[in-house]
Design a protein. Structure first.
Ligand code: ATP
Ligand code: MG
Length: 759
């Protein structure tokens, strides 16, 4: 300790130094969020290189995502001021794949084996089920795949699955399927993600010489986010670290949020047992967040019974309290946050320092649309943007064909989704016909079903589909858009397809579809909606530094942002009903850990919000604020929600009327940009039971918008409105405009909601 330490130790606290310096032997760093665990790992890696203890190729470093790996590489090469070749730094999957390529033949593969994605996996399982005559009603392919994947997470090849478990699950038939599935993968020269580790383990166990080669190569091992490792990953690490035991893992049991995917938080808690003599280091100083943010997060997580408890402190200035805000509904919540972001922008905050962390994927839509309207660049991380999601694109394809009968691309997309026995040969015939007659593909379909060209089964089902389209089209003008969409999705079998689908993603996809129906209700015409979507999709990205980040709480693990918005804190959404239903108290505690992860992403400011009404399962429901809100220590909160919340309760029974001035009085003159002003009168002119489309006039009591944008439109101006599309101003009366919209006709709107258009 008397020796001067290299410069990269500067700023590290005593315990962090200790964790970096303890290069040899097992080390566990068990510490709360933002205490510098990842920083310790990075510095350790540098220290290993700089002391000459290891060359780059001799260190195995595991991160949770590829992005984290890239970041770490970047940081390290900055610290040592040179690029380094031959890194073994990546996710478990990436590292295991690299090893497997070198020894593929030992598990019956060749080095160029394919790694299957979920779709491929499912197709395979379905084929096998048909061959085995297994009832797909009772055992949907997704369920079977799920069971197999959990077995793999637990490091169990077919011959290791216990009898008891076999009996419980379909009397051994699932195990037979698992065997068949593995066999089929081998004949295809393929493996799935779970196999990557499993094959590694098989090779290491059966070939001690190979294992020993890797043990000697990876003289030092480092693992981040260890609390979310599963059994297979744990076995893999243990095999590799067995002899030298130079394994350093860092993690936080309070941030274990992947239990649903097979992660075992016990791995971290039993580390000392598995590696006797392990040095356990606890870090307590948080360098990320302000005391209020930390206090709120710590107070919340203290409600978990199943935890070990730890101290966290910070010497940062007190900072701002955690804001709790409420909105009338999801749309208003997005509007408030959008506004807040604009005001931050005016105060020179970089958009890249701002994140919105949602619980469920469907929540991103309202934000995306709001940001597009406001012209705020954003990116959605860890998943496609709302309108780019598979199920949304499918649904849109149906709607596009209704709107535009000759839309061949849309037609091709959904003609056999869900499956209706319209296969490749039918499609070839159709394409042929379309070319010969010089008509569109859908038109060719309409004509061919009148003939006997197709096989009877294909003719029948294509005929039904074309009739359906004709019928839907005839309803398009009279039915409210949302109802039309719902009917199309239901009658086409599309909803049922996802409802019968038992995958982890299926419920999220159904939620997204409901959100789509909800979105459509705001439009008067199908064409208007589709045009809006086209406009939304056009919004292209920029530099990450100039964009707001929207992502799920799960994806945000390990990251940090100056300013974090946490919307949707409502019972049923967060904690999510599914977690509660499926896993009871355990599920609730995992949700609470997720909330803890969310709050602790923030450096300077965290804003939690909830909506008093939210569309869930296509109905307005008055939402209850999340129980987590009540668990946050009051002294760390700035509650700006009480006002609106009480009012919205009071008003729920009232008879809602739309019209000028309906439901709002205060707020308009508050130019401060704060949320308080609007909360006084923050209800839009409609109530929970009322379809939005029924509002004759859209009034948005949006003070700040009005102040900011002013009401400078004049008669004759060409404008664009988020809901009604393009139009021309007929008359202007202060901030109320009468506009003749191209598609929607004459409407009265608020000036704040139109932007000038040049076309
Ligand atoms: P999480 O549990 O969220 O993954 P973590 O424990 O990995 O958090 P880091 O991301 O390593 O924490 O560090 C949090 C922030 O604190 C980072 O911005 C990091 O650079 C900074 N930090 C860590 N240690 C120190 C230190 N000794 N002095 C100053 N800043 C530090
Ligand atoms: Mg970290």
């Amino acid at each position: 300790p008397d020796m001067p330490l290299p410069p990269y130790f500067a700023g590290l606290n005593e315990r962090q130094r200790e964790a970096v310096l303890a290069l040899d032997g097992p080390v566990l760093v068990l510490a709360g969020a933002g205490t510098g665990k990842t920083r310790v790992l990075t510095t350790r890696l540098v220290h290993l290189l700089m002391t000459g203890k290891a060359r780059p190729g001799e260190i195995l470093a595991v991160t949770f995502t590829n992005k984290a790996a890239a970041e770490m590489k970047h940081r390290i090469s900055d610290m040592i001021a040179r690029p380094v070749e031959g890194w073994w730094l990546g996710t478990f999957h990436a590292l295991a794949a690299r090893i497997l390529r070198a020894h593929a033949e030992l598990v019956g593969l060749t080095p160029n084996f394919t790694i299957l994605d979920t779709d491929d996996q499912l197709r395979l399982i379905k084929q096998l089920m048909q061959a085995e005559n297994i009832d797909s009603q009772k055992w949907p392919a997704r369920v079977i795949l799920g069971v197999i994947e959990r077995w793999k997470d637990r490091g169990l090849p077919p011959d290791k699955v216990s009898r008891a478990e076999q009996a419980e699950l379909g009397g051994g038939r699932l195990l037979d399927l698992y065997r068949d599935y593995q066999q089929r993968l081998a004949t295809l020269n393929a493996c799935d993600f779970g196999d990557l580790l499993l094959h590694n383990i098989t090779i290491f166990t059966a070939h001690p010489d190979i294992l020993s080669r890797y043990q000697q190569r990876f003289r030092y091992m480092l693992v981040d986010e260890y609390q979310d490792s599963n059994v297979a990953q744990y076995l893999w690490l243990r095999l590799l670290a067995q002899t030298h035991r130079n394994l350093c893992v860092v993690g936080d049991d309070d941030q274990s949020i992947y239990g649903w995917r097979g992660a075992e938080v016990e791995n971290i808690l039993k580390f000392e047992k598995d590696f006797p003599g392990a040095k356990v280091i606890r870090l307590e100083q948080n360098y990320r967040s302000t005391p209020h943010i930390l206090g709120a997060a710590s107070g919340l997580i203290a409600h978990n019974a199943d935890r070990h408890g730890k101290t966290l402190w910070t010497d940062k200035d007190e900072g701002e309290k955690v804001v709790v805000a409420a909105a009338w509904d999801g749309t208003e919540e997005a509007r408030q946050i959008g506004e807040e972001i604009e005001s931050l922008q005016r105060r020179q905050v970089q958009l890249g320092d701002i994140a919105i962390l949602v619980r469920a994927g469907f929540q991103t839509r309202e934000f995306e649309e709001r940001f597009i309207t406001l012209g705020i660049p954003y990116r959605v991380i860890g998943g496609p943007r709302f309108y780019e999601r598979q199920e949304i694109r499918d649904a849109l394809a149906y709607l596009r064909i209704i709107n535009q009968p000759d839309d061949a691309l849309a037609f091709e997309r959904i003609v056999n989704v869900p499956r209706r026995g319209i296969g490749d040969s039918t499609m070839r015939q159709l394409n042929d016909l379309a070319r010969r007659l010089e008509v569109s593909l859908p038109e060719a379909a309409r004509r061919i079903v009148e003939t006997d060209e197709l096989k009877p089964a294909a003719r029948r089902s294509l005929g039904t589909l074309m009739q359906d389209f004709a019928r839907w089209r005839s309803m398009a003008d009279t039915l409210p858009q949302g109802e039309l969409a719902q009917q199309v999705l239901d009658e086409s079998g599309y909803t049922a397809m996802w409802r019968n689908d038992k995958s982890i993603e299926a419920p999220g996809r159904l939620e997204n579809l409901k959100e789509l129906v909800h979105a459509m209700e705001e439009f008067d015409s199908l064409g208007g909606f589709l045009e809006h979507v086209a406009l939304v999709m056009e919004n292209s990205g920029g530099e990450p530094g100039e964009m707001v980040t929207i992502m799920t709480l799960h994806g945000a693990k390990g990251l940090e942002f100056d300013i974090v918005f946490l919307p949707g804190w409502e019972e049923g959404l967060f904690p999510h009903q599914r977690s509660l239903d499926e896993n009871g108290m355990k599920g609730l505690e995992e949700e609470r850990r997720l909330a803890y992860v969310g709050i602790t992403r923030a450096r300077r400011r965290a804003t939690i919000s909830y909506a008093a009404n939210r569309r869930i399962h296509n109905q307005w429901q008055s939402a209850l604020p999340s129980r987590f809100l009540a668990e946050l220590p009051k002294e760390h909160l700035d509650r700006r929600d009480t006002n609106l919340f009480q009012q919205s309760r009071m008003n729920q029974d009232a008879d809602w009327q739309s019209g000028w001035g309906g439901g709002w009085s205060g707020g308009v003159s508050d130019p401060s940009g704060g949320w308080r002003g609007r909360n006084a009168g923050g209800q839009a002119g409609y109530g929970p039971g009322m379809r939005r489309r029924e509002r004759v006039i859209d009034i948005e009591p949006d003070a700040v918008m009005l102040v900011k944008r002013g009401a400078s439109h004049q008669a004759g101006d060409r404008v664009f409105h988020q809901k009604f599309g393009y139009g021309r101003v007929v008359s202007a009366d202060g901030d109320k405009l009468e506009i003749d919209f191209d598609k929607a006709g004459l409407k009265k709107v608020m000036a704040g909601f139109v932007v000038r258009a040049d076309r």
